[in-house]
Design a protein around this ligand. Sequence first.
Ligand code: NDP
Length: 306
Amino acid sequence: MNITFCCTDIKAEPWLAGLRMALPHAHVAEWQPGAPQADHAVVWSPPQQFLDEQPGLKGLFNIGAGVDALLKLRLPPHTKVVRVDDAGMSVQMAEYVCHAMIRHFREFDGYEADMAQGRWSYRKPRARADFPIGVMGLGVLGERVARSLVQFDFPVHGWSRTPKTVHGVTCHAGPAAFDSFLASCRVLVNLLPLTPETRDILNRNTLSRLRPGGYLINVARGAHLVDEDLLALLDSGHLAGATLDVFRTEPLPASHGFWNHPKITVTPHTSARTLREESIAQITGKILALERGDPIAGVVDATRGY
Ligand code: NDP
């Protein structure tokens, strides 16, 4: 079996070593133009030339959960596109979102400002009931995040394309339920995939439906958010703040208004990193399952976009 590795901006050697160790009988090599046809590929942002030269791939394994960049390319028609599902990402995402939520709810920014002034100052406890949270996307990551927020006794709503049942979460589904979902929330967490339906979904119209004093946590993709609409709603006071991990242009340009905004926290697309060992174990397990003809999880539906 031939496995090819074609990942932009990722050091190949540790991945190649891990893949070889997990699949000792396979031939594993980094892709070079003109290389022979492989059976399976492990990819991140591959060039179009790679896909054009590898039309016979059985599996194309994306080493991340989001496949929006991959689906922009012309893909071999009979290849299964497979995303990493979880492999240690959902717990990181839950940590990140719970941290951002609790930091906002418990007013840690205010205490940090007080500390800088040497000021001992209590803040009045706030009621959890006044901070209902809406999680957009109840997939692998969104469901884990929603369940984690429920553990802190926040009222939690979720929104997905198809109906879901998540213990402790009020679930809404489909476009018809979107307005009532938004109106139920004060804090919005975005964990949708980027598709033609979800691009620009966080805009003036949708964000202004959140309860006054709303808060946005965007951990999915930068192109979900219309940047200037967020800035306008923060400056008008309708929104109290935002924690943003993903941006239309990454790295976030030095001149961007998000950097110095007092109500925005910026992190460098780090909320849930691909973990190499966990991902290699998952991908190689799926390669073997595909070779046996067994079904696997995480196969992308290109027409749906995720
Ligand atoms: P999944 O595919 O498991 O889940 C996607 C969820 O979004 C599903 O619940 C799906 O609904 C819902 N959804 C999709 N389209 C719509 C729509 N039009 N309307 C309503 N709901 C919709 O993805 P993951 O949870 O694994 O990942 C989500 C995204 O997180 C990734 O696509 C990626 O962009 C981002 N991400 C960000 C990372 C970071 O470090 N910042 C790291 C990893 C991922 P249904 O269940 O009905 O299909």
